[in-house]
Design a protein around this ligand. Structure first.
Ligand code: GDP
Ligand code: GDP
Length: 455
């Protein structure tokens, strides 16, 4: 599982500057999709081959006991408990403050590993500035400059050293789907409805509150793993796990699944939280099925409203299938499985190069890429560069000149030809076949709708 790093510290020490640096490598799949709500506080990044989640906990004012600052402190403490590692940021120019000491005291109680990052030290003597912060009792402070990027890579490498690099789950041979959504939309009810009839093969008690429950079961001769982010409250089970909505838990579950089932409540408006969970799914490139739950309880007006809001606020999920279900009554659950199966198959599809190339040729025959200046981009062949989401890499010349609209056209053609409903698709262009070209990494797809593209 991708480790989660929480950035903690009092206001103004440079948390959000560091956060921005750590999340700069944006997944090109999603950059600024219309309607996509990005959460400023949760993001992901990579150093080398090592991916991580990062959480900016906002300002931590440990001394107040009410109001917005209190709420922030509460959220910070939750993040501290749920993250895999904590980076505690202090200001090397200001030196140690009483607030730093209070935060340190709290952090010494956690069983999570903590690094003290002494920030803003560009141009300063590192040994001298860090010495001051030994007193916090959290080990050797590390000197960094978030705004200049000094020491940041080393710090994150050191943090990640103790975590295994998650290997791509290539051999996964059955659908693993996560039930996600904000509290009270009916996730546990849906898990119960799904498992009610089925043979449960294995069941993991969660180790801590932040862990999701993984349940293997069989349905119609097919094996599945369900990742339950709500904590099961199964019939006949004594243990009731009280749910505390956890963004980290939700992100990790989505990351770990092949297919996410996003549950919405038909009797409520589509909230920012719904949109955020949806955007995590898109960011990870996971396949998606949307279950609009409590359909039986929604009146006509509510049904109209949620449909309107879905197209307005969740328009970026157009690749997914939507189901209108009642988990409580067990209605629509069987159909949901059809879409989970289809989304899984689409996400894991393996398309041979000749087939992909043929599909590319047909698309080009139907509509040529436009000439840009004096050149017409020439696309020669396509191969598949990955799964979940499927990545299609197109080889040829002058591919930098392919406009976004044509990009979308190709995406659409591949989606249709290979019936890829339920999964996002990534089309990448690989530049000229120059054997001396050492930069032969596929160019990430830029945002088709970005204004930046018009050079
Ligand atoms: P936050 O409140 O902890 O999120 O802090 P911000 O990231 O908003 O930074 C607070 C101030 O410190 C801003 O004016 C930043 O430009 C500045 N800052 C952040 N990182 C550095 C750094 O590495 N060096 C210097 N000199 N200033 C920094
Ligand atoms: P969770 O927090 O997302 O796991 O939501 P729960 O499964 O605990 O459900 C929250 C509340 O919604 C409970 O009172 C459920 O009985 C109710 N609920 C769940 N599914 C449905 C449904 O399909 N129809 C109606 N009317 N209520 C439902």
């Amino acid at each position: 599982m991708k480790p989660t790093i929480a950035l903690v510290g009092r206001p103004n020490v440079g948390k959000s500057t560091l956060f921005n640096r750590l999340t700069k490598t944006r997944d090109a799949l999603v950059a600024d999709q219309p309607g996509l709500t990005r959460d400023r506080h949760y993001g992901h990044g990579k150093v080398g081959e090592k991916p991580y989640f990062v959480v900016d906990t906002g300002g931590f004012e440990p001394v107040v006991d009410e109001g917005i600052m209190f709420e922030m402190a509460r959220q910070t403490l939750q993040a501290v408990d749920e993250a895999d590692a904590i980076v505690f940021i202090v200001d090397g120019r200001v030196g140690i403050t009483p607030q730093d000491k209070i935060i340190a005291q709290r952090l010494r109680q956690t069983d999570r590993p903590v690094w003290v990052a002494v920030n803003k030290v560009e141009g300063m003597n590192r040994g001298v500035v860090t010495a001051d912060f030994f007193e916090l009792g959290l080990g050797d402070p590390v000197a960094i400059s978030g705004s200049h990027g000094e020491g940041v890579r080393d710090l994150i490498n050191e943090v990640l050293e103790r975590f295994e690099v998650p290997v791509e789950d290539e051999e996964a041979d059955h659908p693993k789907f996560a039930i996600v959504g904000r509290p009270n939309v009916g996730k546990s009810t849906l898990v119960n409805a799904v498992l009610g009839e089925e043979r449960v093969i294995a069941f993991d008690q969660p180790g801590t509150t932040r862990d999701s429950v993984y349940i293997d079961f069989e349905r119609g001769g097919q094996q599945y793993t369900i990742i339950d982010t709500a904590g099961v409250r199964r019939r006949g089970k004594v243990t009731e796990i009280i749910e505390k909505f956890s963004v980290i838990k939700t992100m990790q579950a989505i990351e770990d699944a092949n297919v996410a089932v996003l549950v919405l409540d038909a009797t409520q408006e589509v909230s920012d939280q719904d949109a955020k969970v949806a955007s995590f799914v898109l960011e990870t490139g996971r396949a998606l099925v949307v279950a609009v739950n409590k359909w039986e309880a929604a009146d006509t007006e509510q049904r109209d409203r949620i449909k309107r809001e879905i197209s307005r606020k969740l328009g970026f999920l157009e690749f997914a299938r939507f189901h209108y279900i009642s988990a409580l009554a067990g209605q629509g659950v069987a159909d949901l499985f059809k879409s989970i199966d289809a989304a899984y198959e689409a996400a894991m599809i393996k398309i041979p190069t000749p087939k992909l190339t043929r599909a590319l040729q047909i698309a080009i025959e139907r509509q040529q890429p436009p000439i840009s200046g004096k050149v017409r981009p020439k696309m020669r062949y396509a191969h598949q560069g990955g799964s979940n989401p499927p990545v299609i890499v197109i080889h040829g010349n002058a591919l930098d000149e392919v406009p976004a609209s044509y990009w979308r056209y190709l995406e659409h053609c591949f989606m249709k030809t290979f019936k890829l409903q339920g999964t996002p698709l990534q089309v990448q262009f690989k530049r000229g076949e120059n054997p001396f070209d050492t930069q032969d990494k596929p160019r990430a797809k830029p945002n088709p709708r970005s204004k930046m593209r018009g050079r």
